[in-house]
Design a protein around this ligand. Structure first.
Ligand code: TRP
Length: 345
């Protein structure tokens, strides 16, 4: 008798940008939630190195950052037993399908993408890779027939295009692709199918702007910052006038942001933290917030250190991941090649 197949989980796919300087804003807003999703979905997560090269990259840095992103996600709890982790360029079916999708993508659809317009604004010479970025992203997704795609809000338009291309392909060549739904980040509550933006983590030096990898270092706490640096950054974070420690983003944006960080890093409710610091000074609150951040990052930093010393084992994880992803991707491509009439080799 054949063993009964376990009931398959639904698939979710997402690509991550290897950008370096990953900070607690990235952790709270994305990485942490990825790690939670792997308990619900059969996840495919890859480092989008081929997307990275749509803007000029230093080859050595690109390589280092690709590996660094993998170390970081593994250190934060992405588990290769639950999630298929790989590097986009290791699965050549991504580029193959992207080419095929390009042949059914109207130029106008690509030209109207907000990200394309933003990235090329004021440029004299626009590279074709930037224009075709969304068809590669559509290929990344459609290869695995996922139900869900965790993305930031700014990627939703690309996902819409992916759905359009899936429909187009299906209507021309027969039912092949599912239309995946975005799972949009809502940092306060986790992922939601409905969209909207929750409490973002803002800059320590300017609570009106998102914490950012490209701003000055005082703006953010990086995941690998030392305890000393974290303390310094938290203590010099801007605060609001008054002295109350209260979550009130409209009137107390800086303190609200610090409370959000405290809550997200410790898993404690904001109300509970407010109560604890009722009547306390900003200085006391900040000192203990810094300690909480240091404590919650310690296990991540320790794991990162171990992984970075053991590159071979990480490369093995990526090899396994590419093998598994490649199998799923090749099954899709066999079907696609046949449907569009490419002669089998
Ligand atoms: N473009 C995405 C970003 O900027 C990264 C990405 C590439 C992606 N391919 C993907 C996300 C496929 C989801 C699915 O974040």
């Amino acid at each position: 008798m054949k063993p009964t197949m376990p009931v398959g989980r639904q698939v979710a796919v997402s690509g991550i940008q290897a950008s370096g300087n990953l900070h607690i804003g990235n952790y709270i807003g994305a990485i942490k939630q990825f790690v939670e999703l792997q308990n619900k979905y059969n996840m495919f997560v890859f480092v989008a190195d081929l997307h990275a090269i749509t803007v000029p990259q230093d080859p050595e840095k690109l390589k280092a950052q690709t590996l660094d992103a993998v170390y970081t996600y593994l250190a934060c709890g992405l588990d290769p037993k639950k999630t298929t982790i790989f590097v986009q360029s290791h699965v050549p079916q991504h580029t193959e399908l992207s080419w095929i999708l390009n042949t059914i993508t109207p130029l106008g659809e690509l030209e109207r993408m907000t990200q394309f317009k933003d990235k090329t604004q004021g440029q004299e010479s626009v590279l074709a890779g930037l224009l075709n970025y969304p068809t590669l992203m559509a290929a990344d997704i459609l290869l695995y027939n996922p139900i869900a795609v965790p993305v930031r809000e700014d990627q939703v338009q690309h996902l819409e295009l992916t759905r359009t291309l899936a429909r187009k392909f299906n209507s021309r060549f027969g039912e092949t692709f599912k239309e995946p739904k975005p799972l949009i980040q809502q940092p306060a509550q986790g992922w939601s199918a409905s969209g909207g933006s929750g409490a973002r983590i803002m800059g320590l030096d300017d609570p009106a702007k998102k914490m950012s990898k490209s701003a000055s270092p005082a703006n953010r706490i990086e995941l690998l910052d030392s305890a000393e640096v974290i303390k310094k950054k938290v203590m010099s974070a801007v605060t609001d006038s008054g002295s109350e420690i209260k979550f009130d983003p409209a009137n107390k944006p800086a303190i609200s942001n610090l409370l959000a960080i405290y809550s997200q890093m410790t898993g404690r409710a904001v109300a509970d933290i407010e109560k604890q610091y009722h009547g306390s000074s900003y200085a006391k609150f900040k000192t203990e917030l810094a300690e909480a951040v240091v404590t919650s990052l310690a296990p991540i930093q320790e794991k990162y250190g171990k992984l970075a010393k053991n590159k071979t084992s990480v490369l093995k994880i990526l090899k396994e991941g590419a093998k598994k992803a490649g199998k799923a991707a090749e099954a899709t491509m066999k079907d696609v090649r046949k449907k569009i009439g490419l002669l089998e080799s």
